[in-house]
Design a protein around this ligand. Structure first.
Ligand code: PGA
Length: 243
């Protein structure tokens, strides 16, 4: 049985004070979550240490929003695996569409980040997904396949998560239709050829659509942006029900 990973990506939101306030609400709610799901929050770097203390003894894991492939060095603005591991970080998001778009992250760099994360004991969450123009030109599958194949090169498939996030569904309120998201996740699993691969869907996931998304056979979890910023909403998402 594949495990389920429900992750909240806080992006560039939350100070230490607001992260603490959030957890004052979220930690008590998390006690009701079924134990079959892994809950992850990805705060900005500055709130990681605060969360590491607050989350001790809970079932909530911390992810970083990035990780560099070197252990240390002259890489201004980057963060390395040992810096994250020191604060009990377990996951690292790599290849999110925002750094791909704003900082021209390439599939090669994303692959280096994923491999470095794994080599140091972090679990990479490797994001892939097509733009609306690529979808309209009928190129979605080709683009996603290239991102998956290059991003996962020489990685350990049993120790990573893929997040399928169509760019046009991120932060727009337009969720990809659950059957279509499931179809793409199924294709990714087929291309990679590893039945136990963990695949999340991401893009405008919210309390009103989580139950339908999680009922799909090839979707093993979600990567949530906007809706994860509200503790009660994220708790509802983490507490999804399959009818
Ligand atoms: P969203 O973001 O849930 O706000 O659409 C998802 C993501 O960027 O991971």
């Amino acid at each position: 049985m594949r495990k389920t990973v429900i992750a909240g990506n806080w992006k560039m939101h939350m100070t230490c004070a607001s992260a603490k306030e959030y957890m004052d609400t979220f930690i008590p709610l998390s006690k009701e979550f079924p134990s079959d799901r892994h809950i992850v929050v990805a705060p900005p770097f500055t709130a990681i240490s605060t969360l590491a203390s607050l989350l001790k003894g809970t079932q909530i894991n911390i992810s970083s929003q990035n990780v560099h492939w070197e252990i240390d060095g002259a890489f201004t603005a980057e963060i390395s695996p040992p810096m994250l591991l020191e604060h009990n970080v377990r996951y690292a998001i790599v290849g999110h569409s925002e750094p791909r778009k704003y900082f021209s992250e390439s599939d090669e760099q994303i692959n280096l980040r994923a491999r470095s994360a794994q080599a140091s004991g972090l679990i990479p969450i490797v994001c892939v997904g097509e733009s609306i123009e690529q979808r309209e030109r009928g190129e979605a599958e080709r683009v996603i396949r290239r991102q998956v194949e290059q991003g996962l090169e020489q990685t350990e498939l049993s120790n990573l998560v893929i997040a399928y996030e169509p760019i046009w569904a991120i932060g727009t309120g337009k969720t990809c239709e659950a059957n279509e998201a499931n179809r793409i996740c199924g294709l990714i699993r087929q291309w990679v050829g590893f039945p136990d691969l963990l695949i999340q869907y991401g893009g405008s996931v919210k309390p009103s659509n989580i139950d339908e998304i999680m009922s799909k056979s090839d979707i093993d979890g979600v990567l949530v942006g906007g809706a994860s910023l509200d503790a009660k909403n994220f708790a509802r998402i983490a507490n999804y029900q399959i009818k």
